[in-house]
Design a binder for this molecule. Structure first.
Ligand code: GLU
Ligand code: ZN
Length: 295
C-alpha cells in the first residue's frame, strides 16, 4: 500500500506565502517517499470559513500546478466525527465543560507557550455524573473535553528529532467540540488523519506543539499506526520574526491578479525560507527538488 500525505489548509482566507511553502514541502515529501496526496479543506470553523476561500484554494492550487489524488472537506463529515465522539464516550473519556473563557483564564495556569493548561474543574464537578445521557449533557451550553492520559509521549520528528511531552502539562484535557457545536481543529484533524489513512504529516512548525495531544487522541480512538511527522520551518521576515498578519494577509491571488507568475512566487518563497541564494524565478519541479534534498 502506498502511503498518503495531506495538505490541509483552512479556508479562512486566500492562500498566502506560508501556505505555498507548506504545499512545496508536502509535494516534495510525496515525491521523495512516493505518497498519494490528499487535499483536506479544514473548514471546521464555520464562523470563519467562506465558500469563496474554499473555491480559492482549489483554483490557486490548480494555477500553481499542484495536482492531488483525492479531496475531502470537513463540513461534509459530521457523521464521521459523531461516530468518533461516540467511541470516546463509550470509553468514558469525554466530559462537558461549562467554564467561560473568562473563568478558564482566571482559574488555570498557562504553559510556557502561553496556552491555558486546563486543570479539570468540570471533570471533578461531573465525575459522578459521567454516565448521564447525551440529552442531559446537552441542556446548557458547554464544550466537550477529552480526558488526556497523564503520561509522557515519545515521538519523533524527521527534521527536529525526538520529543518527550505530556499533553496533561501542555494543555490538560482539551476541547473536541465547542459550545457552538463545532468540532475543534484538534479533534477533526485526528479523526480525519485516521479515517483518510494518512501515513505522513508534513506541516509548519507552528503546529508542532499539537502533536503529542493528537497522538494521545488517535490512540484513544484505537489508532496505533502512528503517522510519520515532519514540521517545516516557517517563512520569517528579514528580522527573523514570524510574518505579520498583514504580510500573511497578502494573498497569492493578489500577486496572480497583478501578473506575477507561479515561477516568480516559487522563487520568492524558497528564497524567503532560506532554501535558495536569491529570489530568481524557478519552476515548481526545481522548488520541489530543492526541498527534497533537505528532507
Ligand atoms: N489547517 C491547518 C492550517 O491551515 C493545518 C493543520 C495540520 O496540518 O495539521 O494551518
Ligand atoms: Zn470547565
Amino acid at each position: 500500500m502506498p502511503g498518503k500525505i495531506r495538505f490541509a489548509p483552512s479556508p479562512t482566507g486566500y492562500l498566502h506565502e506560508g501556505h505555498l511553502l507548506s504545499a512545496l514541502y508536502v509535494w516534495a515529501a510525496a515525491k521523495k517517499w512516493d505518497l498519494k496526496i490528499h487535499l483536506r479543506i479544514e473548514d471546521h470553523d464555520r464562523s470563519r470559513a467562506r465558500p469563496a476561500y474554499i473555491e480559492g484554494i482549489r483554483e490557486d492550487l490548480a494555477w500553481l500546478g499542484f495536482h492531488y489524488d483525492s479531496e475531502s472537506i470537513q463540513s461534509a463529515r459530521n457523521d464521521i466525527y459523531e461516530a468518533a465522539l461516540k467511541k470516546l464516550e463509550a470509553k468514558s473519556l469525554i466530559y462537558p465543560c461549562y467554564c467561560s473563557r473568562k473563568q478558564l483564564l482566571a482559574e488555570n495556569p498557562q504553559s510556557e507557550t502561553g496556552e491555558i493548561v486546563y486543570q479539570g474543574k468540570c471533570f471533578y464537578k461531573t465525575r459522578d455524573k459521567r454516565r448521564e445521557t447525551r440529552e442531559d449533557l446537552n441542556s446548557a451550553p458547554h464544550n466537550l473535553r477529552f480526558i488526556v492520559p497523564d503520561k509522557f509521549i515519545d515521538w519523533h520528528d524527521m527534521r527536529l528529532g525526538d520529543f518527550h511531552e505530556n499533553p496533561k502539562h501542555q494543555c490538560g484535557d482539551f476541547t473536541i467540540r465547542d459550545r457552538d457545536n463545532q468540532w475543534t481543529y484538534q479533534f477533526a484533524v485526528c479523526v480525519d488523519d485516521i479515517d483518510e489513512g494518512i501515513t505522513h504529516i508534513v506541516r509548519g512548525e507552528d503546529i508542532r506543539n499539537s502533536t503529542a495531544r493528537q497522538i494521545a487522541l488517535m490512540e484513544a480512538l484505537g489508532h496505533t499506526d502512528r503517522p510519520l511527522y515532519l514540521h517545516h520551518p516557517l517563512i520569517v521576515d528579514s528580522n527573523n520574526k514570524k510574518l505579520s498578519k498583514r504580510e500573511l494577509a497578502h494573498s497569492l491571488r493578489q500577486d496572480r491578479e497583478a501578473g506575477v507568475t507561479p515561477e516568480k512566487l516559487f522563487g520568492r518563497v524558497c528564497y524567503k525560507a532560506h532554501l535558495t541564494e536569491n529570489d530568481a524565478p524557478i519552476t515548481l519541479m526545481d522548488a520541489i527538488s530543492t526541498i527534497i534534498r533537505i528532507l
